[in-house]
Write a protein that binds this ligand. Sequence first.
Ligand code: CAA
Length: 266
Amino acid sequence: MKYETLKIETDDRLMTVTIDRPRQLNALSEAVLGEFKALFEEIDSKEGPVGESPLGMILTGEGEKAFVAGADIKGMNEMTPEEGESFAGLGQEVGRLLERAPFPVVACVNGYALGGGCELAMACDFIYATEGAVFGQPEVNLGLIPGFGGLVRLLRYVGPGRAKELIYSGRNIKAEEALSIGLVNKVFPSKARMIEEARKMLELIKTKSPLAVSICKETINSMYGQSVEKALEREKEGFLRVFASDDKREGVRAFVEKRPAVFKGR
Ligand code: CAA
């Protein structure tokens, strides 16, 4: 398959996937999410750009400014609640594909990782970041809630108190703070250095038993209090509720019209 929004490179069974919509700060449109699904189908069937099964993956964003600045807000402006629910379902599905991949996936966060971007990074096995990286779940600014797995995974990364503070306030945090709360594993002075170190780490992991590593991944990911499926289902129900609200209509429209939102709480 020919990819329009993802750049895929493979080298010695390590794959680098770059989200390639820099003018939209690599926002996750339905097209991007659809290409992720297609990529994992090709990985499963060992077709397309993939060939042999990868033994590791680096996920990053094109350019220096953004990893991913969120789900595509302009696309959401036109969506009905039902379309919003299925959009959240698609985003959640991509997160599960990353989480269930039988090889390690490192998120290399260059710049903004907001909303769906932070959620995508958290679906990877661990996160590296540049000094200029910015993380956040700003959905409440739009009258929305995190809907690509953010409520479920931020809680698991940083615990309930920190997750709630970040999600309720929509506050962005810099790489240093993300490191201090355990969201990020390591911070690097440049994108090039970060990718180089992620690659070195994956090269090291590649020397271990791929089966042992994949079983560790599967087992660690299954050790959550409640099943991820159930938790994601509840998150999607919440996303449907906000998607049908006046506050979502106002918040998303205000972003597109480049003005502050005025919320009414309904
Ligand atoms: N969706 C669609 N387009 C986006 C976008 C997004 N999430 N984020 C940025 N863009 C677009 C902007 O609209 C702009 O395009 P135009 O020039 O055509 O208007 C372009 O990318 C550059 O953005 P800015 O001019 O805004 O750049 P900036 O440097 O002034 O600000 C920013 C950068 C702070 C990241 C700002 O773009 C921003 O706040 N983006 C939105 C972040 C956000 O709210 N993300 C959450 C989305 S909701 C979500 O993800 C829901 C979910 O969980 C499923």
